[in-house]
Ligand binder design. Sequence first.
Ligand SMILES: Cc1ncc(COP(=O)(O)O)c(C=O)c1O
Length: 366
Amino acid sequence: MSAFDPTALVRAHIHTLPAYEPILPFEVLSRQLGLPSERIVKLDANENPYGALPGAMRLLGEMPYPHIYPDPSSLLLREALSAQLGVPAENLLAGAGADELIDLVLRLLIEPGDTVLICPPTFGMYAFDGNLNRARVVSVPRRDDFALDLPAIERAVQVEHPKVLFIASPNNPDGSLAPLADLEQLLALPVLLVLDEAYIEFAPPGSSLLQQALQRNNLVVLRTFSKWAGLAGLRVGYGAFPAALMPYLWKIKQPYTVSAAASTAALYSLEHYQELLTVRERILAERERLFSCLSAVPFLHPYPSQANFILCQVEGRDAAQLKQGLARQGVLVRYFNQPGLQDCLRISVGRPEHTDRLIAAFNSVP
Ligand SMILES: Cc1ncc(COP(=O)(O)O)c(C=O)c1O
């Protein structure tokens, strides 16, 4: 072996970068727990428990051109999105999930040391991609009820001069929606607001700012097919961007990140929107039932949610042990123990039978 040390080549800031901690993949968990995957109730990553539409699955099996590179501009998908959303295709960019677009915006805008503002507790990728892109990531914590602390954000914008402010609405992990009046107030600030609407399809109509992305030069709205359309494994999302940024985004985007399979399934989902609305109705009905079931568990305090998951404060029990106890019974939920999220469990809305298994498991954890 030569004395050559390849780790000496690694960019300096990556040595100290905190790694993103993804949840364990399904196959790995199934092996670890010694349970077949169909026995596992997976409520830890806010996926759609009904999966992709059966018609989309059939189409994927019949794809004529998997050996041909996909269209780098995702033209058909952007046109279909445009027709559905009423936003010109010229303002839309598709990516391998909203995750790719979060990174892309930062790659475009951030010089080392530039500031990115986040409002934790929130989705971990904003800080992860901020750090990866050598931003200074500044936190303005949410209030105890998870509402945005507007005066503190305004002060931080004045003092820190961030380039980008990330807000998720509904927010992950608590499911609260940012009131439109709050977002309006943020849009008056000299910062690019990246509004992450990954869960907006589960919120009441009229909660989105997507239609405004054209009139505002400082608003980006991100969406995904991962949640409402059940395509998390295929990786496809999109964003609406100010027209002025589009040429730069096209310039730096990797051409083939949206696979032919992802485009096929996303297009099918848009064409069969009504079917997906039925799925959405089932998820919303189950969210209500899950909330009342969780409220009845003596050591849980669930927070109201406008998304497809419910955050619970655990009271008088060890949340980490509860999570482990559920996992041993094949029920997976997300555990948090960090500032603003002490002893919390986040539980995705599953099918009715998943709620039944979850509640039975809670009741039998010693
Ligand atoms: C707030 C938020 N934004 C974006 C994503 C990622 O979406 P995608 O699967 O499209 O990358 C998630 C996934 O959990 C999320 O919670």
